[in-house]
Design a protein around this ligand. Structure first.
Ligand SMILES: [Zn+2]
Length: 322
C-alpha cells in the first residue's frame, strides 16, 4: 500500500486526508484546533490525527506513508521548514518539518494554504485537466496561486502569487500591507464588510444591522446573501462593486499569465456567486486583451473544505517524484 497524507492546519480546525496512488481519498479525520503548549505538542497531534485517518477506513499503517504535506496558519520559512512565532496556536519558532520527518517514514512538505487549495482543485476539482491556472480566494485578505504548465509556481523564495496586493487604485484605500489601493483593500471580504457596516449605520441594510449591528466580525457571507435576497439593493451594489474590482484584477492576471482557467474560491464567492460571478467575469473579459480574454474560462472552486488537505497531499506526492 502506498499512501500520501495531507494536513490542513487552520486556526479553527485540523483536517487530515490520506490519498492513494490514484489520488483518491482513502482516509480522513477532523478535529478542532486546540490551544497547544509547544511545537512538540503540535507534532504529536498531527501524528495522532494521521493514525485516526489511517484507522477510519482501514487505509493502512504509518509505514505505508510515502510523504506528508502540511499547511500552517502562520509565518513559515519554506527553505528551512521552520514555523515562526504563532501565539494563537501556542507554537514558537519551531523546526516543524524536521520534527515531523523524525516521526514519519516519508518526506515532509510545507506549503501555504492558498497554493495547496488551488493545487487541490488542479488534481481533483474545478481545474482538473487544465495546465495553466490562476486561482483567487477573496476572504480576510485575497490569496492567490499560480499553476504554470501543470506545476505550482512558487517564485524565487516561495512567495509568488500575492495577487491580492496588485495595485488597482493608486491612491485608494489603505491595505493591511501598508500600501494603498491593493486589490485586497477593495475586494476582500474584510473590505466589503467595512463598507457594509457603514451602510448598515445609515439604515440601508436592515437585515445586516439587525443581525450584526456595526461589528465587522459579525458580517458573514450568508448574512450578506440574506440581505440581498431581502431586496436591500444598496448591499447588492456594494457586492457588485467588489466583484467589479475583482474583475479588474483578473483582467490584469489574464494579461500577464494567459491562463486557460481562472478559479474563484472561498466562502464569499461561493455564497454570493449569483451576484459576484457575472460581474467579475464580464469585467475580466473587458479589461483583458481581446485575444487572451477569448481563451480564458472562469469557474468557482469545487472542493470546498477538503481542497487544502487534498492539495497539500498531492504536493507531497509530487515532491517524491521530483
Ligand atoms: Zn496590499
Amino acid at each position: 500500500m502506498v499512501l500520501y497524507a495531507g494536513i490542513d492546519l487552520g486556526g479553527t480546525k485540523l483536517l487530515t486526508v490520506l490519498l492513494n496512488e490514484s489520488m483518491e481519498v482513502v482516509g480522513k479525520s477532523k478535529v478542532k484546533t486546540p490551544v497547544l503548549e509547544s511545537g512538540d505538542d503540535l507534532v504529536l497531534l498531527m501524528i495522532e490525527q494521521i493514525e485516526v485517518a489511517l484507522a477510519s477506513e482501514n487505509a493502512g499503517t504509518l509505514e505505508d506513508l510515502v510523504s506528508l504535506g502540511v499547511t500552517f496558519p502562520g509565518p513559515v520559512d519554506f527553505t528551512t521548514g521552520y514555523v515562526k512565532d504563532t501565539p494563537n496556536l501556542g507554537v514558537r519558532d519551531f523546526p516543524l518539518r524536521t520534527s515531523l520527518e523524525a516521526k514519519v517514514p516519508g518526506i515532509v512538505v510545507l506549503e501555504n494554504d492558498v497554493n495547496a487549495g488551488i493545487y487541490g482543485e488542479f488534481v481533483a476539482g474545478a481545474a482538473r485537466g487544465y495546465k495553466h491556472v490562476v486561482g483567487l480566494y477573496p476572504g480576510t485578505g485575497i490569496g492567490g496561486g499560480i499553476i504554470i504548465d501543470g506545476h505550482l509556481y512558487r517564485g524565487a523564495s516561495g512567495g509568488a502569487g500575492e495577487i491580492g496586493h496588485m495595485k488597482i487604485q493608486l491612491e485608494g484605500r489603505l491595505c493591511g500591507c501598508g500600501q494603498r489601493g491593493c486589490l485586497e483593500a477593495l475586494a476582500s471580504k474584510t473590505s466589503l464588510a467595512k463598507d457594509l457596516v457603514h451602510l448598515a449605520g445609515t439604515g440601508k441594510a436592515p437585515t445586516i444591522f439587525e443581525k450584526a449591528g456595526t461589528d465587522i466580525a459579525n458580517i458573514k457571507s450568508g448574512l450578506i446573501k440574506k440581505s440581498i435576497e431581502a431586496g436591500e439593493t444598496e448591499v447588492q451594489k456594494l457586492v457588485e462593486k467588489a466583484a467589479w474590482y475583482l474583475g479588474v484584477g483578473l483582467g490584469n492576471v489574464v494579461n500577464i499569465f494567459n491562463p486557460e482557467l481562472v478559479i474563484l474560491g472561498g466562502g464569499l464567492v461561493e455564497k454570493l456567486q449569483p451576484w459576484m460571478f457575472p460581474v467579475a467575469e464580464s469585467t475580466m473579459r473587458e479589461f483583458a486583451m481581446p485575444s487572451l480574454a477569448a481563451k480564458v474560462e472562469l469557474k468557482v472552486a469545487e472542493l470546498g473544505d477538503d481542497s487544502v488537505a487534498r492539495g497539500v497531499a498531492a504536493l507531497a506526492k509530487e515532491a517524491v517524484l521530483r
